[in-house]
Design a protein around this ligand. Structure first.
Ligand SMILES: C[S@@+](CC[C@H](N)C(=O)[O-])C[C@H]1O[C@@H](n2cnc3c(N)ncnc32)[C@H](O)[C@@H]1O
Length: 444
């Protein structure tokens, strides 16, 4: 393997593969990763039209011990799709392989290499429809070089599922990392550094910034590998959402070195809600809420990140054009509930609770509270969503049951009326779209 990687980083992941795992656990449960759910990839990366058949190819770059690889390979088990797992840590690949063997997965190719070598590997690996790169670029000496390497093997209509650290939510982490550098000084032994960290964590006052925000983080409770990854990493940087818009979304070839990509953010369990001021402030909206909603998306996202303070990682889909997100307003699409065992009837009860008037939606799983105007017909439309019917069929059924004196509303009126209900459920990633032309391979 050519040595274009950071030796200290490689040593860390050879000694402490991440995420820590026991392959035997794969006999009992499947680890799900938020970005790799095929219905999510389909909605945000392929305008709801991807069948994941016809030689679909996925790359997991810096795949570690295999969470994303195993989840993708499981979902694609009965297709002709291939998953490539690439990592520079042999120890991590060995664990991921063991997991795949236990599961009897035969659709994974293993590549022990640096992702910076992807341009050279293209001839051998080909190009990919989907690339996962989660928790990796921020550990490179030059993250942009890493991103360019990913782009070099991405198909023209392909998509990247990316996760990088977020600055504001990790404020306490960076103070703790700085503290541990001071405490550990020249100490080279990883176990002694970890022991020092444990000792301090047990004694720090509640005023310490890491302690103040400890509930946001879990890795330091996940054994040695977690502590090292979170608080002792030798190469770790973070981004504000504005920096990501500049870097990945900024004008390609522009002075700031942007890539001209389209970004669709989706935080684990919360979708894009933590990037929307009206959803972050929803429990007690200030008078300015309506004017904030009119601001450009990027500005709203930058404000919301600072308002909430709870975004510790940025998870997003990166595509070459904005048309990759399934469009709302096309009657040919099928809406379906996702991420929760929600039915049309259940949603209709909640959205109809205030007789068509605005109500406070309190969404337990995400912790989001927000006022929603369900429109005149929102509850009735929700009741007809069954994950099979298209919007066109739902609206036809709605009109068949119409008992009003005036003519029944047409599709344009119904789409407009339902827009706010769709918007809020879609922002939480609880309501997604697919095109019937692409029968998505069953997930889970
Ligand atoms: C924090 S772990 C993330 C693992 C996995 N992607 C996940 O989200 O669970 C970072 C991984 O990136 C790998 N890595 C770091 N730099 C790399 C490089 N230049 N080429 C390939 N893998 C790299 C490490 O070996 C490690 O397995």
């Amino acid at each position: 393997m050519p040595d274009n990687y950071l030796p200290e980083v490689r040593n860390q992941y050879e000694a402490l593969p991440y995420p820590p795992c026991n392959p035997e656990d794969d006999r009992k449960r499947l680890v799900l990763t938020w970005l790799e759910d095929l219905p999510m990839i389909n909605h945000y990366c392929f305008a709801g039209r991807q069948s994941f058949q016809n030689g679909f190819k996925a790359l997991v770059a810096g795949g570690g011990t295999g969470d994303a690889t195993i989840f993708l390979a499981e979902q694609l088990r009965h297709t002709d799709a291939q998953v490539v797992h690439l990592d520079m840590s042999e120890a991590s690949i060995a664990l991921a392989k063991e997991r795949a063997q236990i599961r009897g997965l035969t659709n994974i190719q293993w590549v022990h290499d640096s992702l910076l070598n992807l341009p050279a590997l293209a001839a051998q690996l080909g190009k990919f429809d989907y690339i996962n790169c989660s928790g990796v670029l921020h550990h490179l000496a030059d993250p942009d070089l890493g991103f360019k390497a990913l782009l070099s093997v991405l198909k023209a209509d392909g998509a990247i599922g990316l996760m990088v650290y977020a600055t504001s939510g990790r404020t306490g982490v960076y103070q703790m990392q700085e503290l541990m550098r001071l405490v550990n000084g020249d100490e080279a032994d990883a176990q002694r550094k970890i022991a020092n960290t444990r000792d301090l964590l047990a004694s720090l006052p509640a005023t310490n910034w890491f302690k103040r925000s400890e509930d946001l983080h879990h890795d330091h409770k996940a054994g040695d590998a977690g502590i090292y990854d979170l608080l002792l990493h030798s190469q770790d940087r973070s981004y504000s959402v504005g920096e990501l818009f500049d870097w990945l979304g900024g004008e390609a070839g522009g002075a700031k070195g942007g890539h001209g990509m389209h970004l669709a953010f989706t935080d684990v369990q919360r979708g894009r809600s933590p990037y929307l001021p009206h959803m972050v402030l929803g429990a007690k909206p200030p008078d300015m809420t309506a004017s904030l909603r009119k601001l450009p998306t990027r500005k709203q996202y930058e404000m919301a990140e600072l308002m909430s303070g709870s975004i510790i990682t940025h998870s997003l889909y990166v595509t070459r054009n904005a048309g990759c997100t399934a469009p709302y307003g096309d009657a040919a699409y099928v809406p379906f509930f996702y991420h929760e065992p929600l039915t049309g009837e259940m949603a209709a009860q909640v959205f109809g609770s205030n007789k068509g008037q605005p109500f406070m939606l309190r969404h337990q799983h995400s912790g989001v509270s927000v006022m929603v105007n369900p429109g005149k017909y929102g509850a009735k439309i929700l009741a007809l969503i069954d994950g099979k019917k298209t919007f066109g069929e739902i609206f036809d059924q709605f009109r068949t049951a119409w008992q009003g004196k005036a003519a029944a509303p047409d599709n344009t009126v119904l789409f407009a009326d339902f827009a706010e209900s769709f918007d809020v459920l879609n922002a939480l990633d609880r309501l997604l779209l697919r095109h019937p032309s692409a029968e998505v391979t069953a997930a889970k």
